[in-house]
Design a binder for this molecule. Structure first.
Ligand code: ZN
Ligand code: ZN
Length: 282
């Protein structure tokens, strides 16, 4: 059985979108020690100053900013990776310069920050779940053109955006495209993230909370567990390896992997052999 003994997607208060700027690498480590994790990663949002086009939000989150977390605190028996969550904007534009790939033990690449970074990562007129589902597969295909150190790359929070009924058949018709793209990520040794936050609203107990969200927020979340199972099963069949990420920005989400991921881990039939472990740098 695939154990939740790691959490490779965490932000600290250094990420501007954190609601608690006192939340630190030490808090993440203390939680890991408490629950017995073996490997964790700090992956704050960043935009490399060598890449033009940063918005004011990202201008404040250059590499020097996120490196303020170094040196990372340590605890016996826990490997603490220094990573980042960069940004992929389409058109072969990644917000991390190749000369800095080796600054990180793990590079988390989101291909679908469509709701939060509208205008930067996708044209502003593509502002709904249907468009985002069509764009997600394109972006996954495009990203492969970039020569990344894939054995240290995690593909963040793939999602089933809640598309309208009439679009569902044409989205499901992307199965072969997803299979081909996942096969290539598997060949290159990348990890596919099981993001606890992305699975939260697939829990029937969270349905009421989902219904209370504003329409825009709803677009970016997923309630259809069967569709997430569809998507991640394709990745599994294509031979991808998986890792767990809480996507914590404060202490609130640290225990979400245990809360929201056992179901998908069980239904995908994951074992320890399916676990992604990033290669060492260099
Ligand atoms: Zn993200
Ligand atoms: Zn994140």
């Amino acid at each position: 059985m695939f154990k939740i003994d790691h959490d490779l997607h965490n932000h600290s208060g250094l990420s501007l979108c954190s609601a608690d700027h006192s939340f630190s690498a030490k808090h993440i480590l203390d939680h890991a020690a408490e629950v017995g994790y073996k490997m964790i990663a700090l992956t704050n949002h960043t935009w490399d100053g060598m890449i033009p086009g940063a918005t004011p939000y990202y201008q404040q989150q250059g590499l020097d900013h996120i490196k303020k977390a170094l040196p990372l605190p340590s605890h016996e028996g826990i490997e603490f990776l220094f990573g980042c969550e960069t940004e992929y904007c389409g058109g072969d534009r990644l917000a991390l310069h190749p000369s800095h790939y080796d600054d990180f033990d793990i590079i988390i690449v989101p291909t679908n920050h469509f709701s939060g970074q509208l205008g930067l990562v996708c044209p502003s007129e593509l502002d709904n779940a249907n468009d985002w589902m069509y764009l997600q597969i394109e972006r996954l295909e495009e990203l492969l053109r970039i020569d990344l150190p894939y054995e240290r790359v995690g593909i963040a929070h793939l999602q089933w955006f809640e598309a309208d009924k009439e679009h569902i058949p044409s989205i499901l018709a992307h199965e072969k495209r997803y299979y081909n793209v996942f096969k290539e990520y598997a060949n290159r040794g990348a990890g596919i993230e099981l993001n606890a936050s992305a699975f939260k609203y697939t829990d029937p107990d969270e349905r009421e909370a989902y219904e209370a969200l504003n329409p825009r927020k709803k677009y970016s979340q997923c309630v259809s567990y069967d569709k997430m199972l569809w998507l991640f099963s394709i990745a599994k069949d294509a031979g991808c390896k998986f890792y767990v990420g809480s996507d914590s920005h404060t202490s609130e989400r640290l225990d979400w992997p245990e809360k929201y991921l056992p179901r998908i881990i069980k239904d995908l039939g994951l074992t320890e052999k399916d676990k992604f472990v990033p290669c060492e740098r260099g």
